[in-house]
Design a binder for this molecule. Sequence first.
Ligand SMILES: Cc1cc2nc3c(=O)[nH]c(=O)nc-3n(C[C@H](O)[C@H](O)[C@H](O)COP(=O)(O)OP(=O)(O)OC[C@H]3O[C@@H](n4cnc5c(N)ncnc54)[C@H](O)[C@@H]3O)c2cc1C
Length: 460
Amino acid sequence: MGMDAVVVGSGPNGLAAAITLAQHGLAVTVLEAHDETGGGARTAELTVPGVLHDVCSAIHPFGIGSPFFRTLPLEDHGLVWRFPEVDLAHPLDDGTAGVLVRDLETTAAGLGEDGDRWRAVFGPVSEQYDDLAPDVLGPIVHLPHRPVLLGSFGLRAALPATVLARAFRTDAARALFTGVAAHISRPLNRPSTAAIGAFMIGAGHRYGWPVAEGGSRAITDALAGLLRSLGGEIRTGVHVRSMSDLPDARISLFDTTPTAFADIAGRPRPRWRYGMGAYKLDLAVRGGVPWTAEPCRRAGTVHVGGRFEEIARAEARAAKGRMPQRPFVLVGQQYLADPTRSVGDVHPVWAYAHVPHAYAGDATGVVLDQIERFAPGLRDRIVGMHVTDPAGFEAYNPNYVGGDIAAGAVTVPQLVRRAAYATGAPGAYLCSASTAPGPGVHGMCGHLAARRALRDLTTG
Ligand SMILES: Cc1cc2nc3c(=O)[nH]c(=O)nc-3n(C[C@H](O)[C@H](O)[C@H](O)COP(=O)(O)OP(=O)(O)OC[C@H]3O[C@@H](n4cnc5c(N)ncnc54)[C@H](O)[C@@H]3O)c2cc1C
């Protein structure tokens, strides 16, 4: 006899989909190509034995604030959130830094003449985060739960990030916002590029930007543990290449991109644009990164790219397929919140740059130069390094086409298309970050896709 449901891929969304189905009494099996579960939330000893590096995701404002994860007993399955003293720092060339901490007032006070503006722009988002999240982290095309709230957030979110950045006067506040907005991996003068920045800052002031104790794999390990406790099964080392690889099941959910699904289903590939690539350095650093700006030494995340105009230029250039001389680099120092990842005074440092899609050059030097610009002497402290270029990301996880870690460009038309969980093939659904609400470790794509499949099962 066949099972009720099969899920292809064990990333956070595949596991969230499987849990949702199992919670409704379905017999679920997850098939994962890798030897390990977890997709973009895995942790490994990439450099020095014992030093734990997050292979992909590192910082989890969306994880701790996920409307679905918050309903799950993930702590019972080992998940512990750890908080850095400073959530985010953004160093500037004069040795100062913009600083974001969970407490809105402390952040505002640190931003001097921009403090009141910061409070006015991001205070309402953080205060109403829990009411906004189901809509913003919802299926995009739907009737909002809180239309007025969503509307007032949407007015600002619809702006280009460069316009919202100019609402601030100081370099520190402008850069602090722009660095967060740049997580969208798009030219920052395009409409709606302010959205991720505003929402991530709101999440930061509501919940902080935590890391998972023991590494990001603790999140997917907890999801996998919960799934098993609900009777679900996970098979690793099974790469699904065609529908004939699937066991007999009533429904199938794919934690894959739309193009990968089309290949598996033997259908024509849909038009689906991929965005910029990621070029990542995992460093083992003796004594940590010698940042000039003191708050950076206490920060879980450091955004490296200088002033806001410079970041906007670098992002625009990378989006056009040209390698910036000074790329935008995101640096993670998760060990500050979670010392279990270090060995003695050798610490794991996570850093990735936005580079052109499928960039095939060697960006290691420019990424290190960019960090050294704000932390002279870094190279002397590096005792181990692991490099992942865009091709390396795609080889590691087929969802990261051309190194695009968002599983598809986050453009307005694609945001709307992301809302389509049904594939047109009977009983088959997409449930990955290529669907709404998009990238991040929040499980909402998987949860919402599973709910759509359950609805079709009961009505259909
Ligand atoms: C470098 C990097 C940094 C990031 N930083 C953050 C961060 O700090 N915070 C954050 O929230 N998010 C971050 N992300 C994004 C986040 O990791 C992803 O958005 C998230 O993992 C998407 O989850 P998913 O389940 O959709 O897909 P994935 O996590 O990509 O999982 C897909 C899974 O499906 C498997 N699979 C694919 N095709 C097949 C097949 N045909 N057969 C069997 N198995 C298959 C893959 O092996 C993989 O395990 C980062 C990603 C990267 C790469």
